[in-house]
Design a protein around this ligand. Structure first.
Ligand code: ZN
Length: 243
């Protein structure tokens, strides 16, 4: 089931930001998670400038339009959030949720010359044919043209590795995008760990990786189940995220 309610989207986006803070995915007060609510192709939710993800609440999320104007909320939207996320939402309305982090393991893979996410573990096979690579670092995403370039590169895929920078992940709803984000980081962690052994990696052929990706995508509501579990824990341990 896809999310179509703004109030619920606020709660869900605050939940995955809080959970990502626990997992150590945030760098300073940088990086953004955004979500374009179903039926509203002109506005998106995003975390406010200058706040840790651990202190975000449902009501503190900013609703802004595709020109960066704040529609709802007291805070401001950071410039790179707008220039990177708005073009992706504008050019690919199927990518309702768009999460960018500098989480350590997926980012580390962006720093190795020519590195690719390899089908050596199931968590990586989930992303078979869903990853694109931007091998040309072009500095901070300070203008919309850079966001448009990234949006065109990612196309209808789920993940882009931006060289010398970090990953960006999209999904049809918040649960799906967060599921992708979490398992991408785990796949990269395991691949890097295996690489550190210095032993040859056991890469499976595409014919064995593809069914894993197809099986995961055929699971109905796989992201929703994950998100529900996250909210269940947060409801006990830090329920103010719903405020
Ligand atoms: Zn970044």
């Amino acid at each position: 089931m896809l999310i179509n309610d703004l109030a619920r989207a606020r709660v869900d986006l605050a939940a995955v930001l809080r959970w990502s803070a626990r997992l150590g995915y945030q760098t300073g007060t940088c990086n953004h998670f955004s979500f374009m609510v179903q039926g509203r192709d002109d506005v998106f939710l995003v975390n406010p400038e200058g706040y840790f993800w651990s202190e975000v609440t449902a009501s503190s999320l900013i609703l802004c339009d595709l020109e960066g104007e704040v529609i709802e909320g007291d805070g401001t939207v950071e410039r790179t959030a707008f220039s990177l996320h708005a073009p992706i939402h504008r050019l690919n309305t199927a990518a309702r949720a768009c999460f960018h982090t500098h989480m350590p393991n997926a980012t580390a893979l962006c720093l190795i010359k020519g590195a690719r996410l390899l089908p050596v573990v199931q968590e990586a096979m989930m992303f078979h044919d869903q990853v694109v690579y931007d091998d040309n670092y072009s500095g901070l995403a300070l203008d919309v043209a850079e966001g448009e370039r990234v949006a065109r590169l990612i196309g209808n895929k789920e993940v882009i590795f931006m060289r010398n920078h970090g990953p960006l992940v999209v999904g049809r709803d918040i649960g799906e995008a967060f599921y992708n984000l979490y398992y991408l980081e785990q796949a990269c962690r395991l691949q890097l760990l295996a690489m550190q052994s210095g032993q040859p990696l056991d890469i499976v052929p595409d014919s064995r990786a593809r069914p894993v990706m197809e099986a995961v995508h055929s699971l109905n509501g796989y992201g929703e189940t994950f998100l529900t579990a996250i909210k269940r824990v947060l409801d006990k341990e830090e329920p103010d995220y719903r405020q």
